[in-house]
Design a protein around this ligand. Structure first.
Ligand code: SAM
Ligand code: DTB
Ligand code: SF4
Length: 332
C-alpha cells in the first residue's frame, strides 16, 4: 500500500485506489496534505481565469454540457471572439490577480483557420506575462505542434469519467479519441491539463476508474481539474442527485495522493460550495482554482466572497510573476 512517499507511481491498481477512498476521513486528509507539502507551498493557490472564446453550438453530445447543439439549453451559439476582445478580457483578468488565462471553445476540433486566430490569442496573452491554456477539443499532432510554436503552456482535455461510465454520458467520440489527443499534446511538449467531472450519477468505482486512468498515463498530467457537475436545465444529466460534498473532498484527496507533484484543481462548482467544503478541498491538496465571475457559461464566486475566504484561510495567490507554482526542491 502506498503511504505517500515522493515516488511518482504509474502502476496503481483499482483496489489500492478503493482502499484510499475507504480510509477514515482524517487519515485520508492527513495523507493528502502530507503529500501536497512535499511539492507545494501549502498556503499558496494558483489562480486562473477562464474565457469562452467560442460559445455554444457544439456538435458533440456530452450529457453534462450546456453548449451542445443537441440539447435545448439557455446557452446561445456565438461566433469566435476577436483577438482584440480576448486580449482586453485577459488584461482585466491579470489585473484581478490571475496568473494563467484559459480560453475554451465549444468545438469538436479546431479548423486550421480558427487555430491560427487562437495562436494569435495565445501569443497576445503570453505577451501580457500570463501563462496560457486553451481547450479546443480534439487535436491532430500537427495542430498540437502549431500551438506549441505559438508558445502555449497548457492544453486542457478531460477524460471526464471512467472508461465504463463514459459511454453513458457521451456518444459522439470515444475514450480512446480523448487519449489520442492527450498523447499528441504531450508529444508536442505542452503541459497537460486533464481531469474530469464528478456528480453525474456515477458510482465511486467510476471515480476510482477515472483517477486510475489519469495516474497511470505515461506521465501524470501537470494539472488535474476535478469539476463538480454544474447542472443546466435541458442537459441529460439535469436532475441528478447532488454528490455529497465530503465525497468530492475525498476525490480531491485521493487524486493528490496518487499524483502528488501535479496541481489538483478545485475546478467547476465552487459557486455552489460552502466555504467549509472549499477549505477542506485546500486541506486535501487542491492547489489551484478559477477566479473571476464566470467559468465558461456559468457563474463562479464573486471577488468579494473569494477575497473574504482567502483572507480567512490565509491563502495567497501564486504571484503572477512566478507563473508556475513553487515546488519544494527535494521532492523530484
Ligand atoms: N469542447 C472542448 C472539450 O470538450 O474538450 C473544450 C471545452 S469543455 C466545456 C471543457 C471541459 O469542461 C469538459 O471536458 C468538462 O470536463 C468540463 N465541463 C463542461 N461542462 C461542465 C459542467 N456543466 N459542469 C462541470 N464541468 C463541465
Ligand atoms: C475544466 O476542467 N473545467 C473548466 C475548464 N476545464 C475548461 C470548464 C468548466 C465549465 C463549467 C461549465 C460552464 O461554465 O459552462
Ligand atoms: Fe462540446 Fe466540449 Fe461541451 Fe462536449 S464539453 S459538448 S465537446 S463544448
Amino acid at each position: 500500500m502506498h503511504t505517500g512517499n515522493t515516488e511518482l507511481r504509474h502502476d496503481w491498481t483499482r483496489d489500492e485506489i478503493a482502499e484510499l477512498f475507504a480510509l477514515p476521513f482524517n487519515d485520508l486528509l492527513f495523507q493528502a496534505q502530507t503529500a501536497h507539502r512535499k511539492y507545494f507551498d501549502p498556503n499558496e493557490v494558483q489562480m486562473s481565469t477562464l474565457l469562452s472564446i467560442k460559445t455554444g453550438g457544439c456538435p458533440e453530445d456530452c450529457g453534462y454540457c450546456a453548449q451542445s447543439a443537441k440539447f435545448e439549453t439557455p446557452v446561445k451559439a456565438e461566433k469566435l471572439m476577436s483577438v482584440e476582445a480576448v486580449l482586453a478580457e485577459a488584461k482585466r483578468a491579470k489585473e484581478a490577480g490571475a496568473s494563467r488565462y484559459c480560453m475554451g471553445a465549444a468545438w469538436r476540433n479546431p479548423k486550421d483557420k480558427d487555430l491560427e486566430a487562437v495562436c494569435q490569442m495565445v501569443e497576445g496573452v503570453a505577451a501580457l506575462g500570463m501563462e496560457t491554456c486553451v481547450t479546443l477539443g480534439m487535436l491532430t499532432d500537427l495542430q498540437a505542434k502549431r500551438l506549441k510554436t505559438a508558445g502555449l503552456d497548457y492544453y486542457n482535455h478531460n477524460i471526464d469519467t471512467s472508461p465504463e461510465f463514459y459511454g453513458k454520458v457521451i456518444s459522439t467520440r470515444t475514450y480512446q479519441d480523448r487519449l489520442d489527443t492527450l498523447s499528441n499534446v504531450r508529444d508536442a511538449g505542452i503541459n497537460v491539463c486533464c481531469g474530469g467531472i464528478v456528480g453525474m450519477g456515477e458510482a465511486r468505482s467510476d471515480r476510482i476508474g477515472m483517477l486510475h486512468t489519469l495516474a497511470n498515463l505515461p506521465d501524470h498530467p501537470e494539472s488535474v481539474p476535478i469539476n463538480m457537475l454544474i447542472q443546466t436545465e435541458g442537459t441529460p444529466v439535469f436532475g441528478t442527485d447532488r454528490l455529497d460534498s465530503l465525497e468530492f473532498v475525498r476525490t480531491v484527496a485521493v487524486a493528490k495522493i496518487m499524483m502528488p507533484a501535479s496541481v489538483v484543481r478545485l475546478s467547476a462548482g465552487r459557486e455552489q460550495m460552502s466555504d467549509e467544503t472549499q477549505a477542506l478541498c485546500f486541506l486535501a491538496g487542491a492547489g489551484s482554482i478559477f477566479i473571476g465571475p464566470k467559468l465558461l457559461t456559468t457563474k463562479n464566486p464573486a471577488k468579494e466572497r473569494d477575497d473574504a475566504l482567502f483572507a480567512k484561510l490565509g491563502v495567497r495567490a501564486t504571484p503572477v510573476a512566478d507563473k508556475t507554482p513553487r515546488r519544494h526542491q527535494a521532492a523530484e
